[in-house]
Design a protein around this ligand. Structure first.
Ligand SMILES: Nc1ncnc2c1ncn2[C@@H]1O[C@H](COP(=O)(O)OP(=O)(O)OP(=O)(O)O)[C@@H](O)[C@H]1O
Ligand SMILES: O=P(O)(O)OC[C@H]1O[C@H](OP(=O)(O)OP(=O)(O)O)[C@H](O)[C@@H]1O
Ligand SMILES: O=C(O)c1cccnc1
Length: 490
């Protein structure tokens, strides 16, 4: 196989089976039937009570650029042997559908559509893999960041993960997702350049080792950098590192801004308390203590419980790799398809597990917000022609355990999706990443604390309207009858 094809498009960033299905649809002449797909996940990651949606901006760029480049076409034809007639069709294919999506920074939950794609079947099918790839990673990291930030609270937070990320794309899109999830800054300079997000950093042990003398290394750093954070644990934190940092800070006085010190090994609780005492005694009560070293939300919580004196946290590996749960598991399901007569018909995917049965039909999602206390009562999935806002009172019930129910009155129903692509044209301007972060923070205010705690949070309701639930049951019944008929004929 040749391997000198230009890497000049993302259109082949798909699974082979999507192209094979596309070929069958095209050969049978059903490729342009209208199809509706929904993208959603079935289980929240990390045992968290909510997720933070991220990935839309890259999806929009991908859809805008969606076409088979000359090298894509050459590869499909020369190496994979697709026939000329299908190849000729692919040459002119672009994305002409419409997309509805929640905004980046939106809080989202299991079993509700994050994106809805309304497009010719072939187009909606070909984009599945890329959309899932983007949303699954970015949403996972934004959620992990938000979860860690819930523990960090108002102390500083910096993303340090680039060296440990699963390759370069993950590093930069992960940095961006970390900011959306609530982090203050990233150490990745390219992410800063591409996404206009704050970059920050200290220095490494290598600098102290290179000078072979801690005092000289700190002094040298201070000569060229106004803001100084000295890494104090290369030799001996309390006997050498902290005293040398204090010495340089005293000597250079107003010539530098002595921001503080960083601890990167040893017993962080003990060392931070001792370092705090030493800095305070030397008069540097404003100097900050920054810590790093394989941190995650559990270690941070534990360090706080031990009374660690930390002002700012640098977090790499366990954030950028979503260490304790490396995949989100969002899926992309066909919910409605045009039939031969040109009418839309709902479709369903059945499994033995009730929670995994897809919900058919063109639907909308509303967040039901209690007007009295400003808190979210839950999310409410309705058929496209329903509008809960015109109802005085809605009954919200669990879609599987239907006896769990409540009536809600005096509410605002916020529609969760925005139309972002209209007949192939991107019509949505993404806000800045910083605005996405603010949006996520504001939305967290809508949630009761019970949904936000890191351990065993309450399950946030994601319910179906009666009409939506009835439609699902009707579809299940239809499939049952169909399977029964097939069995009878065997
Ligand atoms: N007081 C503490 N309580 C709980 N966990 C801590 C405490 N201090 C440090 N840790 C965490 O313990 C883990 C292991 O630290 P460890 O002692 O192996 O690192 P180290 O050997 O000091 O440093 P390194 O191996 O990076 O040079 C790290 O995740 C660190 O964040
Ligand atoms: O620990 P993380 O959360 O991944 O944060 C990033 C780590 O990267 C640097 O370490 P370095 O690459 O020098 O390795 P080491 O500290 O493990 O020796 C830094 O000192 C942090 O410890
Ligand atoms: O700036 C830092 O201190 C930093 C950056 C990346 C990884 N570890 C630390």
């Amino acid at each position: 196989m040749k391997s000198n094809y230009a890497d000049d498009s993302l259109t082949l960033h798909t699974d082979l089976y999507q192209i094979n299905m596309a070929e069958s649809y095209w050969a049978d002449g059903v490729h342009n039937r209208k199809a509706v797909f929904e993208l959603y996940f079935r289980k929240l990651p990390f045992g968290n009570g909510y997720a933070v949606f991220a990935g839309l901006e890259r999806i929009l760029q991908y859809l805008k650029d969606f076409r088979f480049s000359e090298s894509d076409i050459a590869f499909l034809s020369e190496e994979l042997g697709y026939k000329d007639d299908f190849i000729a069709y692919l040459k002119n294919l672009t994305f002409t559908g419409s997309v509805y999506s929640v905004k980046e920074g939106e809080l989202v939950f299991a079993n509700e559509p994050l994106l809805r794609i309304e497009a010719p079947l072939v187009e909606a099918q070909l984009i599945e893999t890329a959309l899932l790839n983007i949303v699954n990673y970015q949403t996972l990291i934004a959620t992990k960041a938000s979860r860690i930030k819930q523990i960090i609270k108002n102390e500083g937070s910096a993303e340090f993960g680039s060296r440990r990320a699963q390759e370069m794309d993950a590093a930069i899109w992960g940095s961006r997702a970390a900011i959306i999830g609530g982090f203050d800054s990233t150490s990745n300079v390219r992410a800063g350049k591409l996404f206009n997000i704050p970059v920050s950093g200290t220095h490494a042990h290598a600098m102290v080792q290179a000078y072979r003398n801690e005092y000289e290394a700190f002094h040298s750093y201070a000569k060229r950098h106004k803001d100084c954070v000295f890494l104090v644990d290369t030799y001996n934190t309390l006997k050498s590192g902290v005293p040398n940092a204090i010495r340089v800070a005293k000597e250079l006085g107003d010539k530098i801004n002595f921001v503080g010190i960083r601890l990167d090994s040893g017993d962080i609780a003990f060392l931070s308390k001792e370092a705090r005492r030493m800095l305070d005694e030397a008069g540097f009560t404003d100097a900050k203590i920054i810590v790093s070293n394989d941190l995650d939300e559990y270690t941070i919580l534990n360090l706080k419980a031990q009374g660690a004196k930390v002002d700012s946290w640098g977090i790499g590996t366990k954030l950028i790799t979503a260490y304790d749960q490396p995949a989100l598991g969002a899926v992309y399901k066909l919910v409605s398809i045009e039939n031969e007569a040109g009418e839309m018909e709902d479709t369903i995917k059945i499994t033995a597990n009730a929670e995994k049965v897809s919900t058919p039909g063109l639907k909308k999602v509303y967040r039901i917000i209690n007007r009295e206390n400003g808190k979210a009562e839950g999310d409410y999935i309705v058929m496209a022609d329903e509008n809960p806002q015109v109802q005085e009172r809605i009954k919200m019930f669990h879609p599987v355990h239907t006896f769990i129910s409540k009536f809600v009155t005096n509410f605002d129903a916020k529609e969760m999706h925005v139309k972002v692509v209209s007949e192939g044209k991107v019509i949505y301007n993404s806000p800045s990443v910083w605005e996405m972060k603010q949006y996520a923070l504001e939305n967290l205010e809508l949630l009761w604390d019970e949904y936000k705690r890191s351990m065993n949070p309450e399950e946030y309701p994601v319910d179906l309207s009666k009409k939506c639930w009835d439609n699902k049951m009707r579809n299940i019944e239809e499939v049952r009858n169909m399977v029964h008929d097939i069995e009878e004929n065997l």
